[in-house]
Design a binder for this molecule. Sequence first.
Ligand code: PCA
Length: 321
Amino acid sequence: MKALLPSVLLASAMITAAHAESWDMPMAYPADNYHTKNGAAFAEDVKTCSGGALEITVHPGGSLFKGDEIKRAVQMGEAQIGERLLSAHANENAIFAYDSVPFLASSFEASDKLRDAAKPVLAKVLADQGMTLLYSVPWPAQGMYFDKEINSVADMKGIKFRAYNATTARVAELTGMVPTQIEAAELKQALATGVVAAMISSGSTGVDEKVWEDMSHFYDVKAWLPRNTVFVNTAALEALPKEVQDCVISAAETAQTRGTAEAAALADGFVKTLGDNGMTIGAPSEQLAADLKTIGDTMTAEWLEKTGDDGKAIVDAYMAK
Ligand code: PCA
Protein backbone atom coordinates (compact mmCIF):
# COMPACT_ATOMS: atom_id res chain seq x y z
CA MET A 1 0.00 0.00 0.00
CA LYS A 2 2.73 2.40 1.09
CA ALA A 3 4.57 1.96 -2.16
CA LEU A 4 1.53 3.14 -4.03
CA LEU A 5 1.51 6.54 -2.41
CA PRO A 6 4.16 8.31 -4.52
CA SER A 7 2.58 7.19 -7.77
CA VAL A 8 -0.82 8.38 -6.57
CA LEU A 9 0.73 11.77 -5.81
CA LEU A 10 2.44 11.80 -9.17
CA ALA A 11 -0.83 11.01 -10.92
CA SER A 12 -2.63 13.84 -9.16
CA ALA A 13 0.22 16.24 -10.07
CA MET A 14 -0.18 15.17 -13.70
CA ILE A 15 -3.90 15.80 -13.55
CA THR A 16 -3.25 19.30 -12.19
CA ALA A 17 -0.75 19.96 -14.96
CA ALA A 18 -3.16 18.63 -17.57
CA HIS A 19 -5.78 21.04 -16.26
CA ALA A 20 -3.43 24.04 -16.05
CA GLU A 21 -5.31 27.14 -17.10
CA SER A 22 -3.80 29.35 -19.78
CA TRP A 23 -4.60 33.04 -19.86
CA ASP A 24 -3.69 35.68 -22.41
CA MET A 25 -2.60 39.08 -21.15
CA PRO A 26 -2.58 41.72 -23.90
CA MET A 27 -0.49 44.80 -23.15
CA ALA A 28 -0.07 47.88 -25.34
CA TYR A 29 3.47 49.03 -24.66
CA PRO A 30 6.84 47.67 -25.89
CA ALA A 31 8.31 44.46 -24.43
CA ASP A 32 11.24 46.29 -22.83
CA ASN A 33 9.12 49.00 -21.18
CA TYR A 34 9.04 48.65 -17.37
CA HIS A 35 5.25 48.22 -17.33
CA THR A 36 5.53 45.24 -19.64
CA LYS A 37 8.48 43.72 -17.78
CA ASN A 38 6.51 44.11 -14.58
CA GLY A 39 3.56 42.32 -16.19
CA ALA A 40 5.88 39.50 -17.25
CA ALA A 41 7.23 39.26 -13.67
CA PHE A 42 3.63 39.15 -12.41
CA ALA A 43 2.91 36.25 -14.78
CA GLU A 44 6.00 34.42 -13.45
CA ASP A 45 4.88 35.01 -9.86
CA VAL A 46 1.44 33.61 -10.66
CA LYS A 47 2.95 30.54 -12.24
CA THR A 48 5.02 29.99 -9.10
CA CYS A 49 2.36 30.66 -6.47
CA SER A 50 -0.23 28.58 -8.33
CA GLY A 51 2.21 25.68 -8.61
CA GLY A 52 1.84 25.85 -12.39
CA ALA A 53 -1.97 25.71 -12.29
CA LEU A 54 -2.26 29.10 -14.05
CA GLU A 55 -0.02 30.20 -16.89
CA ILE A 56 -0.35 33.77 -18.13
CA THR A 57 1.12 34.65 -21.52
CA VAL A 58 1.99 38.33 -21.88
CA HIS A 59 1.48 39.82 -25.37
CA PRO A 60 3.34 43.16 -25.52
CA GLY A 61 3.16 46.05 -27.95
CA GLY A 62 -0.51 45.67 -28.90
CA SER A 63 0.37 42.39 -30.65
CA LEU A 64 -2.73 40.45 -29.56
CA PHE A 65 -5.14 43.36 -29.16
CA LYS A 66 -4.29 46.97 -29.90
CA GLY A 67 -4.28 49.33 -26.94
CA ASP A 68 -7.75 50.67 -27.60
CA GLU A 69 -9.19 47.12 -27.94
CA ILE A 70 -7.77 45.61 -24.75
CA LYS A 71 -10.44 46.70 -22.30
CA ARG A 72 -13.27 45.42 -24.46
CA ALA A 73 -11.44 42.15 -25.15
CA VAL A 74 -11.16 41.45 -21.41
CA GLN A 75 -14.75 42.50 -20.80
CA MET A 76 -15.95 40.11 -23.52
CA GLY A 77 -13.67 37.32 -22.29
CA GLU A 78 -11.64 37.24 -25.53
CA ALA A 79 -8.65 37.74 -23.25
CA GLN A 80 -8.88 36.82 -19.57
CA ILE A 81 -6.63 39.62 -18.28
CA GLY A 82 -5.10 42.76 -19.73
CA GLU A 83 -3.33 46.05 -19.11
CA ARG A 84 -4.65 49.36 -20.32
CA LEU A 85 -4.22 53.08 -19.90
CA LEU A 86 -7.76 53.35 -18.55
CA SER A 87 -7.88 57.14 -18.93
CA ALA A 88 -8.16 56.51 -22.66
CA HIS A 89 -11.72 55.30 -21.96
CA ALA A 90 -12.87 58.52 -20.28
CA ASN A 91 -15.37 59.21 -23.05
CA GLU A 92 -17.23 56.13 -21.82
CA ASN A 93 -16.96 57.10 -18.13
CA ALA A 94 -15.05 60.18 -16.96
CA ILE A 95 -14.03 58.33 -13.77
CA PHE A 96 -11.40 56.50 -15.86
CA ALA A 97 -9.56 59.86 -16.14
CA TYR A 98 -9.13 60.26 -12.38
CA ASP A 99 -5.36 59.93 -12.88
CA SER A 100 -5.22 62.63 -15.60
CA VAL A 101 -6.71 65.61 -13.79
CA PRO A 102 -4.10 68.32 -14.42
CA PHE A 103 -1.87 69.18 -11.44
CA LEU A 104 -4.03 67.26 -8.94
CA ALA A 105 -1.32 64.70 -8.12
CA SER A 106 2.01 65.29 -9.79
CA SER A 107 4.51 63.34 -7.70
CA PHE A 108 4.83 59.56 -7.26
CA GLU A 109 3.80 59.88 -3.62
CA ALA A 110 0.70 61.93 -4.45
CA SER A 111 -0.14 59.56 -7.28
CA ASP A 112 -0.19 56.59 -4.88
CA LYS A 113 -2.55 58.47 -2.58
CA LEU A 114 -4.83 59.30 -5.49
CA ARG A 115 -4.77 55.64 -6.58
CA ASP A 116 -5.89 54.52 -3.13
CA ALA A 117 -8.52 57.27 -2.95
CA ALA A 118 -9.95 56.23 -6.32
CA LYS A 119 -9.83 52.49 -5.73
CA PRO A 120 -13.39 51.92 -4.41
CA VAL A 121 -15.04 53.92 -7.21
CA LEU A 122 -12.82 52.54 -9.95
CA ALA A 123 -13.24 48.95 -8.74
CA LYS A 124 -17.01 49.40 -8.79
CA VAL A 125 -17.09 50.87 -12.31
CA LEU A 126 -15.02 47.92 -13.54
CA ALA A 127 -17.07 45.40 -11.54
CA ASP A 128 -20.24 46.69 -13.19
CA GLN A 129 -18.59 45.79 -16.50
CA GLY A 130 -17.70 42.27 -15.35
CA MET A 131 -14.07 43.02 -14.54
CA THR A 132 -11.97 42.94 -11.38
CA LEU A 133 -9.36 45.62 -10.69
CA LEU A 134 -6.00 43.99 -9.95
CA TYR A 135 -3.24 46.61 -9.88
CA SER A 136 -2.00 49.79 -11.45
CA VAL A 137 1.42 51.32 -12.03
CA PRO A 138 2.14 54.99 -12.79
CA TRP A 139 3.95 56.51 -15.71
CA PRO A 140 6.42 59.24 -14.74
CA ALA A 141 5.00 62.77 -14.64
CA GLN A 142 3.84 64.07 -17.98
CA GLY A 143 5.82 66.72 -19.84
CA MET A 144 5.30 68.46 -23.16
CA TYR A 145 7.28 67.60 -26.28
CA PHE A 146 7.66 69.95 -29.27
CA ASP A 147 9.82 70.30 -32.35
CA LYS A 148 10.67 73.93 -31.46
CA GLU A 149 11.02 76.25 -28.47
CA ILE A 150 7.68 77.06 -26.82
CA ASN A 151 7.33 79.79 -24.21
CA SER A 152 3.59 80.26 -23.92
CA VAL A 153 0.31 78.70 -25.00
CA ALA A 154 0.14 81.30 -27.79
CA ASP A 155 3.22 79.60 -29.32
CA MET A 156 1.27 76.33 -29.67
CA LYS A 157 -1.36 77.54 -32.09
CA GLY A 158 -1.98 75.15 -34.98
CA ILE A 159 0.58 72.51 -33.93
CA LYS A 160 -0.37 68.92 -34.81
CA PHE A 161 -0.58 67.16 -31.48
CA ARG A 162 -0.58 63.48 -30.56
CA ALA A 163 -3.23 62.72 -27.92
CA TYR A 164 -3.44 59.42 -26.01
CA ASN A 165 -6.71 60.08 -24.18
CA ALA A 166 -9.53 62.61 -23.89
CA THR A 167 -7.56 64.70 -21.38
CA THR A 168 -4.62 65.20 -23.71
CA ALA A 169 -7.01 65.94 -26.59
CA ARG A 170 -8.70 68.56 -24.40
CA VAL A 171 -5.34 70.18 -23.59
CA ALA A 172 -4.77 70.47 -27.34
CA GLU A 173 -8.19 72.05 -27.88
CA LEU A 174 -7.67 74.57 -25.10
CA THR A 175 -4.22 75.52 -26.42
CA GLY A 176 -5.24 75.85 -30.06
CA MET A 177 -3.40 72.71 -31.18
CA VAL A 178 -4.88 70.05 -33.45
CA PRO A 179 -5.22 66.68 -31.68
CA THR A 180 -5.10 63.20 -33.21
CA GLN A 181 -5.41 60.16 -30.95
CA ILE A 182 -2.52 57.76 -31.56
CA GLU A 183 -1.44 54.67 -29.60
CA ALA A 184 2.22 54.55 -28.52
CA ALA A 185 2.71 51.59 -30.88
CA GLU A 186 1.95 53.90 -33.84
CA LEU A 187 3.64 57.00 -32.46
CA LYS A 188 7.02 56.63 -34.14
CA GLN A 189 5.43 56.34 -37.57
CA ALA A 190 3.12 59.33 -36.93
CA LEU A 191 6.08 61.50 -35.92
CA ALA A 192 8.25 60.36 -38.82
CA THR A 193 5.53 61.10 -41.38
CA GLY A 194 4.63 64.48 -39.90
CA VAL A 195 1.12 63.45 -38.84
CA VAL A 196 2.00 64.93 -35.44
CA ALA A 197 4.81 67.14 -34.13
CA ALA A 198 4.06 67.48 -30.41
CA MET A 199 2.68 65.48 -27.50
CA ILE A 200 2.24 65.18 -23.76
CA SER A 201 3.89 62.08 -22.33
CA SER A 202 6.58 60.88 -19.96
CA GLY A 203 10.28 60.55 -20.53
CA SER A 204 9.63 56.80 -20.58
CA THR A 205 7.66 56.85 -23.82
CA GLY A 206 10.01 59.50 -25.23
CA VAL A 207 12.90 57.08 -24.74
CA ASP A 208 10.93 54.00 -25.91
CA GLU A 209 10.12 55.76 -29.18
CA LYS A 210 13.43 57.66 -29.59
CA VAL A 211 11.45 60.82 -30.12
CA TRP A 212 14.63 62.94 -30.33
CA GLU A 213 14.73 61.89 -33.96
CA ASP A 214 11.65 64.05 -34.59
CA MET A 215 11.27 66.48 -31.67
CA SER A 216 13.73 68.85 -30.00
CA HIS A 217 12.25 70.23 -26.78
CA PHE A 218 10.93 68.62 -23.60
CA TYR A 219 9.25 70.77 -20.94
CA ASP A 220 8.96 68.90 -17.67
CA VAL A 221 5.64 70.45 -16.61
CA LYS A 222 4.63 67.47 -14.40
CA ALA A 223 0.99 67.73 -15.39
CA TRP A 224 -0.14 64.36 -13.95
CA LEU A 225 0.97 60.71 -13.63
CA PRO A 226 -1.32 58.51 -15.71
CA ARG A 227 -1.53 54.82 -14.88
CA ASN A 228 -1.58 51.53 -16.65
CA THR A 229 -4.17 49.37 -14.96
CA VAL A 230 -4.33 45.58 -14.97
CA PHE A 231 -7.79 44.04 -14.71
CA VAL A 232 -9.22 40.58 -15.13
CA ASN A 233 -12.48 39.19 -16.46
CA THR A 234 -14.34 38.40 -13.24
CA ALA A 235 -15.93 35.19 -14.53
CA ALA A 236 -12.49 33.90 -15.54
CA LEU A 237 -11.08 34.78 -12.12
CA GLU A 238 -13.95 33.16 -10.28
CA ALA A 239 -13.65 29.98 -12.34
CA LEU A 240 -10.26 29.37 -10.72
CA PRO A 241 -9.85 27.34 -7.51
CA LYS A 242 -9.91 29.65 -4.50
CA GLU A 243 -6.20 29.24 -3.75
CA VAL A 244 -5.29 30.18 -7.32
CA GLN A 245 -7.51 33.28 -7.11
CA ASP A 246 -5.67 34.25 -3.92
CA CYS A 247 -2.35 33.71 -5.67
CA VAL A 248 -3.41 36.09 -8.51
CA ILE A 249 -4.50 38.75 -6.02
CA SER A 250 -1.32 38.56 -3.96
CA ALA A 251 0.93 38.56 -7.06
CA ALA A 252 -0.98 41.66 -8.21
CA GLU A 253 -0.21 43.44 -4.95
CA THR A 254 3.46 42.59 -5.33
CA ALA A 255 3.38 43.80 -8.95
CA GLN A 256 1.87 47.13 -7.96
CA THR A 257 4.59 47.74 -5.36
CA ARG A 258 7.39 46.56 -7.66
CA GLY A 259 6.17 48.54 -10.70
CA THR A 260 5.67 51.73 -8.71
CA ALA A 261 9.19 51.53 -7.27
CA GLU A 262 10.58 50.85 -10.72
CA ALA A 263 8.79 53.87 -12.24
CA ALA A 264 10.20 56.15 -9.53
CA ALA A 265 13.70 54.70 -9.89
CA LEU A 266 13.74 55.15 -13.66
CA ALA A 267 12.03 58.55 -14.06
CA ASP A 268 15.02 60.90 -13.86
CA GLY A 269 17.14 58.65 -16.04
CA PHE A 270 14.57 58.81 -18.84
CA VAL A 271 14.71 62.61 -18.91
CA LYS A 272 18.52 62.48 -18.81
CA THR A 273 18.50 60.13 -21.80
CA LEU A 274 16.37 62.61 -23.76
CA GLY A 275 19.02 65.27 -23.03
CA ASP A 276 21.92 62.94 -23.84
CA ASN A 277 20.34 62.46 -27.24
CA GLY A 278 20.31 66.16 -27.95
CA MET A 279 16.92 67.33 -26.72
CA THR A 280 16.65 70.63 -24.88
CA ILE A 281 15.23 69.86 -21.44
CA GLY A 282 13.72 72.64 -19.44
CA ALA A 283 11.21 73.79 -16.91
CA PRO A 284 8.36 75.75 -18.52
CA SER A 285 8.75 79.54 -18.69
CA GLU A 286 6.74 81.50 -16.14
CA GLN A 287 4.24 82.43 -18.83
CA LEU A 288 3.84 78.83 -20.01
CA ALA A 289 3.41 77.56 -16.44
CA ALA A 290 0.77 80.23 -15.74
CA ASP A 291 -1.08 79.47 -19.01
CA LEU A 292 -1.09 75.74 -18.23
CA LYS A 293 -2.32 76.37 -14.70
CA THR A 294 -5.36 78.25 -16.10
CA ILE A 295 -6.09 75.41 -18.49
CA GLY A 296 -5.64 72.90 -15.69
CA ASP A 297 -8.20 74.73 -13.54
CA THR A 298 -10.72 74.67 -16.38
CA MET A 299 -10.17 70.95 -16.94
CA THR A 300 -10.41 70.10 -13.25
CA ALA A 301 -13.76 71.89 -13.07
CA GLU A 302 -14.94 70.03 -16.18
CA TRP A 303 -13.91 66.66 -14.74
CA LEU A 304 -15.67 67.33 -11.43
CA GLU A 305 -18.77 68.40 -13.32
CA LYS A 306 -18.79 65.22 -15.41
CA THR A 307 -18.08 62.82 -12.57
CA GLY A 308 -20.42 64.36 -9.96
CA ASP A 309 -20.54 62.59 -6.59
CA ASP A 310 -18.04 59.89 -7.61
CA GLY A 311 -15.41 62.42 -8.67
CA LYS A 312 -15.98 64.47 -5.54
CA ALA A 313 -15.65 61.34 -3.37
CA ILE A 314 -12.26 60.61 -4.97
CA VAL A 315 -10.93 64.16 -4.53
CA ASP A 316 -12.23 64.37 -0.95
CA ALA A 317 -10.66 61.02 -0.02
CA TYR A 318 -7.40 62.10 -1.69
CA MET A 319 -7.28 65.44 0.12
CA ALA A 320 -7.92 63.66 3.43
CA LYS A 321 -4.87 61.37 2.97
N1 PCA B 1 3.26 57.09 -21.91
C1 PCA B 1 2.05 56.60 -22.50
C2 PCA B 1 0.95 57.12 -21.66
C3 PCA B 1 1.57 58.05 -20.71
C4 PCA B 1 3.02 57.92 -20.91
O1 PCA B 1 3.87 58.46 -20.23
C5 PCA B 1 1.87 57.08 -23.90
O2 PCA B 1 2.43 58.11 -24.29
O3 PCA B 1 1.13 56.41 -24.64
